[in-house]
Design a protein around this ligand. Structure first.
Ligand code: ADP
Length: 301
């Protein structure tokens, strides 16, 4: 549903986004992770047709964004990092103003807006948007992003400045929207926020994609210097014999336990070999790296 090919944006001779190749499937909740300044907002601005790439291209639902930005805008919703509203108008009036850009008729606007205000729990609120709390503004922003019932939703740091209650509501809402089949692209510099809702993530650093996949896959890639080596913990009753397997990279022994680093998950073969040699296996498992640790280390790097 979303694809970038060698996507690049250069500001003042410096690449903010540097040859990005990204792919997000339909119905996915994709977490775009990276420290501040990594190039997340710049990427989203190119994906939503707000700015043009210096090089490469991006496609949303097969449409090349830079070539046909209006067509793309019809099928996407975008919640910017700092969403702005007319402070002297109510939430409903703000949404109505915005809905006119989509050429929606009066009746359609009224129905859609009522539905959305209820969805983001702002129905019945008569305050002007200028008097809204940060959380309320964020919820109104989400309603605005949904006005055209988009196929793809881009959320830029949606939970920044939300309180824990607001974060929980936001998560429920995102799950619900994904349940309706929408593709959701959410950027964040906070891992814990992304790990709760996103099935797949991309990690961006200095404009480049460092890793992409499920959180476990990404953590594994980052954890091991040799790419996606699998760490297998083996504990045997007898002394562990030499392991001769072409997939094995190294064996680190510690008494009756060992950590086998291998190019693939060779647990089945290991179990068989050990059994054939009359060695009793007490434990045989793939060691998943601690995601927080791995990301923190990658961020520091
Ligand atoms: P993130 O969203 O990950 O925090 P940004 O995309 O906002 O990162 O910024 C990436 C880099 O590009 C930063 O170094 C930032 O200073 C630079 N940058 C972003 N927008 C502009 C701009 N309009 N002009 C010049 N430099 C910019």
């Amino acid at each position: 549903m979303i694809r970038t090919e060698n996507l690049t944006k250069v500001y003042n001779g410096k690449a903010a986004v540097d040859g990005l190749d990204l792919e997000v499937g339909e119905g996915e909740i994709f977490g775009f992770l990276g420290p501040n300044g990594a190039g997340k907002s710049t990427t989203i601005l190119m994906l939503t047709g707000m700015i043009e790439p210096t090089g490469g291209r991006c496609l949303v639902d097969g449409i090349e964004v830079a070539k046909d930005p209006l067509k793309v805008k019809e099928i996407i919703g975008y919640l910017p990092e700092d969403v702005g509203f007319y402070g002297n108008m109510t939430g409903e009036q703000n949404l109505d103003y915005f809905a006119r850009f989509y050429g929606m008729g009066a009746k359609e606007r009224k129905e859609r807006i009522a539905e959305l205000l209820e969805l983001v729990r702002l129905d019945g609120v008569t305050q002007k948007a200028g008097e809204y709390s940060r959380g309320m503004k964020q919820r109104l922003g989400l309603a605005q992003a949904l006005i055209n019932d988009p196929k793809v939703l881009f959320l830029d740091e949606p939970t920044a400045n939300l309180d824990p209650e607001g974060v929980r509501e936001y998560r429920d809402l995102v799950e619900r929207l994904a349940g309706e089949g929408k593709t959701i692209f959410v950027s964040s510099h906070i891992l814990s926020e992304v790990r709760e809702v996103c099935r797949t993530v991309g990690l961006l650093a200095k404009g480049r994609l460092v890793a992409q996949g499920t959180l476990d896959e990404v953590a594994r890639t980052l954890a091991s210097p040799d790419g996606d080596a699998v760490r297998i913990v083996v504990e045997t009753r007898e002394r562990l014999p030499e392991i001769e397997d072409p997939e094995v990279i190294s064996v680190e022994r510690n008494g009756s336990r060992a950590i086998v680093r291998a190019k693939a998950d060779i647990r089945d073969r290991l179990a068989e070999t050990l059994f054939e040699q009359g060695v009793h296996v007490r434990e045989l498992r793939v060691e998943e790296p601690d995601i927080e640790d791995v990301f923190m280390a990658a961020y520091r790097r």
